[in-house]
Write a protein that binds this ligand. Structure first.
Ligand SMILES: [Cu+2]
Length: 71
């Protein structure tokens, strides 16, 4: 199990948080997602170490937000 904190721009309310959560949760290998709206962070628990960040970026983008990095 590994954990990544993504910095996500554009989330403004609980609806945004839920949308981002769902987009990330649907991805392969994702165990759980928790969004910290105040800090603009999405904490993702992965089943395995994952070095392919592009698919996370893409999923967040498709949901209408922007993944700008990790923390
Ligand atoms: Cu919103």
């Amino acid at each position: 199990m590994s954990e990544i904190n993504f910095i996500v721009e554009g989330m403004k309310c609980g609806h945004c948080a839920a949308t981002v959560e769902k987009a990330l949760k649907d991805l392969r290998g994702v165990e759980s997602v928790k969004v910290d709206l105040d800090n603009g962070i999405a904490r993702v628990e992965l089943q395995d170490e994952d070095t392919d960040m592009d698919r996370f970026k893409q999923a967040v983008k498709e949901a209408g937000y922007k993944l700008v990095g990790t923390k």
